[in-house]
Structure formats: structure tokens, C-alpha cells
Design a protein around this ligand. Structure first.
Ligand code: HEM
Length: 132
């Protein structure tokens, strides 16, 4: 069941990544969700950040497919209170922005695909969030 989710999400992500606008739209949505989030990226090179996120999401999906969690642990460290200090409650906004962006960009989008994203990414997000 879990692996079926990961496969659905892997395919969906492939369709989303065909269009570079996916990451532009994600950050527009995510930063538009609150002034607090926007403020965190004022000094960020967004072109570079979009590339880093592309890989970060891939790591979340690979984790759902059973890959080791070394990369996610590093993200947990960088986002923790000793790093960017990302409060755990902000991850809901992050996931909502991502799911909205998938709905707009995946030509085959459906509720069951969005649900699969949510279930597949949850454990990896919890790992990063839990390192706070
Ligand atoms: C599970 C969800 C998330 C993933 C996969 C993710 C992924 C990444 C990646 C790959 C980087 C660059 C590598 C690094 O610096 O460690 C990064 C940097 C960053 N992330 Fe996240 N992130 C997530 C959630 C969040 C949330 C919720 C926030 C804020 C509300 C946030 C804010 C930042 C900031 C401020 C940076 C540094 C930007 C800079 O270098 O100027 N991230 N994130």
C-alpha cells in the first residue's frame, strides 16, 4: 500500500517537474501564505533555492520508497532551532502549498493522487519537523 503511494507520487512528480514553473508557483504560493514565511526568504537566491527544493522533494519521495534517511536528517538539522529555526507548525503551510501546486501542475491530478502525496510524504516531513 505504502509503496503504491510512493509510485503514484513518483510518477506525479515526474509530470510536475516537466514544467519549471512548478517550483516558481510553489514558492509564490508558499511565500504568499504568510508574511512570516515570506520574510524567511528575503535574502535567498530563489533560482538556487528552487533547484535545492527539487532535490529535497525527491528525497522525501525516495524515503517513502525505503531509501535511507541520511539526507532528510541533514535537512532536519538545517531547519532546526539551531539552524533556520523553522517552527514545527509551519510545515502544514508548506505541505498545503505543495499539494495546491501539484493540483495545478499535474495534468492527471485527482483527489486520490493528492491523498497519495500526503500519505507518502508525511513520514519524511515528520522526520525533518521532529528534529526541531
Ligand atoms: C519538509 C519540508 C521541507 C523541505 C523538503 C525543505 C527543503 C529545503 C532544502 C533542500 C533547502 C536547502 C538545503 C539546506 O539549506 O538545508 C532548504 C532551505 C531552507 N528552507 Fe526548507 N524545506 C522544507 C520546509 C521548510 C519550511 C516549512 C520552511 C519555512 C517556513 C523552510 C524554510 C527554509 C529556509 C529559510 C531555507 C534556507 C534558505 C536560504 O538559504 O536562504 N523550509 N529547505
Amino acid at each position: 500500500m505504502e509503496n503504491a503511494d510512493a509510485d503514484i507520487v513518483f510518477q506525479s512528480y515526474g509530470r510536475c517537474c516537466k514544467n519549471e514553473r512548478f517550483f516558481v508557483d510553489f514558492y509564490d504560493r508558499f511565500m504568499g501564505s504568510s508574511d512570516e514565511v515570506r520574510a524567511m526568504f528575503v535574502d535567498t537566491d530563489m533560482k538556487q533555492q528552487r533547484h535545492l527544493l527539487r532535490n529535497g522533494i525527491l528525497q522525501l519521495i525516495l524515503h517513502a520508497r525505503g531509501m535511507p534517511d541520511t539526507k532528510l536528517r541533514a535537512l532536519g538539522e538545517s531547519h532546526s532551532r539551531g539552524g533556520y529555526n523553522i517552527r514545527p507548525d509551519l510545515y502544514r503551510q508548506w505541505l498545503d502549498a505543495l499539494l495546491d501546486t501539484v493540483r495545478r501542475h499535474d495534468p492527471e491530478h485527482s483527489d486520490s493522487i493528492t491523498d497519495a502525496w500526503q500519505r507518502a510524504l508525511q513520514p519524511g516531513i515528520e522526520l525533518i519537523r521532529g528534529a526541531y
